[in-house]
Each structure stands twice: as C-alpha cells, then as structure tokens.
Design a protein around this ligand. Sequence first.
Ligand SMILES: *[C@@H]1O[C@H](CO)[C@@H](O)[C@H](O)[C@H]1NC(C)=O
Ligand SMILES: *[C@@H]1O[C@H](CO)[C@@H](O)[C@H](O)[C@H]1NC(C)=O
Length: 244
Amino acid sequence: MALWCALLGLLGLLVTDQANGSVLDMCMDAKHHKTKPGPEDSLHGQCHLWKNHACCTANTSQEAHKDESYLYGFNWNHCGAMPEKCKKHFIQDTCLYECSPNLGPWIDTVDSSWRKERILNVPLCKEDCEQWWEDCQDHMTCKENWHKGWNWTTVINRCPRGAMCQKMKYVFPRPADLCEKIWSNSYKYTLHHRGSGRCIQMWFDPVQGNPNVAVARYYAAGAATAPLPWTFLLLLSPAFLSLL
Ligand SMILES: *[C@@H]1O[C@H](CO)[C@@H](O)[C@H](O)[C@H]1NC(C)=O
Ligand SMILES: *[C@@H]1O[C@H](CO)[C@@H](O)[C@H](O)[C@H]1NC(C)=O
C-alpha cells in the first residue's frame, strides 16, 4: 500500500513536470529568437548574463546595444539623445526579451506581421522597475506606448504629429506606468523584491546562477496545477510514515 502510494505520488510529480517542462525552458516564436535555448559563449555586453543558456544569438546580443539596430530599427533618441544611464535599462530589457529562456509562463500568441508570440504581464521585480524609472525620468519622450503609433514614413520612427516631447516622469508618473505601458503590458509592476523568487529580474549576477529559473517554475506550477501539491502530500505522507 505504502509503495503504491509512493508510486502514485511520483507519477503525479512526473506528470506535473512534463506538463510544465515545455514552458519552463523555451524560446518564444518571435522575430529573432532561436528555436531552443542553448549555450552562447560570446554574448555581448549586458546580454552576457544569459550565455550559459540563451534564446538569443551573439549577433542579436550585439545588435541589442546599438541605436536603430538591425533588430527593430528602433530609434531611442526620438526626443533627443537618450543618456547612457537610461539607455542601459532599455538594453537590458532587450537582452531579457531576446535571451531569456524563462519567460514561458507569460508567452501569449499575437496576431502580428512580425511575430507569432509575445510576452504579457511578466512580473518584474520592484527594484528593477523603479531603477529604470529613476534613471530615465528626466529623459524626454513623446509617447506612452512605444509599440505603436509612430511615424514610420522615414527609415526610423519619429514622433507622430502633435505628440509633444516631455520628460518621462510626466508621461509615466509612476514606475508602474513606465514598465507596464511602454511595451503594451509586456511587464507587470510588482511589489516583490529582487531575490524573492516571485518576480523576474532584468538584472542579476550570473555567478549566482539565473534566479528567473525558479521564478518561472513557481508561476508555472501555480497556474497549471494548483491542487496537485495537496494531492501529492496526501499520497506521500502515509508512504513516508511507513518507510520511516
Ligand atoms: C547581424 O546579422 C545581420 C543580418 O545578417 C547583419 O546585417 C548585421 O550586420 C549583423 N550584426 C553584427 C553585429 O554582426
Ligand atoms: C510623418 O512624417 C512626415 C515626414 O516628416 C510628415 O510629412 C508627416 O506629416 C508625418 N505624419 C504624421 C501623421 O505625423
């Protein structure tokens, strides 16, 4: 009986793992992502955090650091030159988006000419969002949503007629406004702290490993199989008791 229970429990665990396995380590189907994550020894600059296991190529990581890069031709300097202290957050945001294999739980399909999937409501750590806002608040922009509404009649995106350049702290009064609105809710501002295992970190120390692996696992388990841990515990406890 005990053995039977233990086997059932184990089976439950295996099924859970398989169901979640796919979203736990994957690359989205978008413009520049690899089909599967893997090692990339020469990831450039700020993207190097993901070099052990990445969805981006070395080329993508280099382009992520350029203005009007081959990636999206996006012009960061649409209201004057973006200062380095602000730009580094946009570079990191690009690295996370292009390189992270841990965004599976927040991948959503999208009807768009240039990608089949996007990220939606990725729970960003409070500090990462607030520092981004802090370092960019005095830089200017003319738009709240940077995904759409630009004037693309020339090669680069420009402010549409009538959109005034103003400091980002007026366009985005709170850090949450910046992180959530700029990319059409790709991120969700959270009150979770860096290191809590409950939010995705845009920045981390790769020497300690990638903290987002555990975060993806936490949210994948919560969403897909909420009742399972209970069943599992119930099945396992008599088994364990009889083994002791
Ligand atoms: C990346 O690849 C594209 C397309 O092949 C190329 O145009 C671009 O110059 C490459 N960038 C770098 C930094 O090698
Ligand atoms: C877009 O830019 C072009 C060239 O600068 C300009 O002639 C046109 O009026 C602009 N359109 C809008 C909607 O801003």
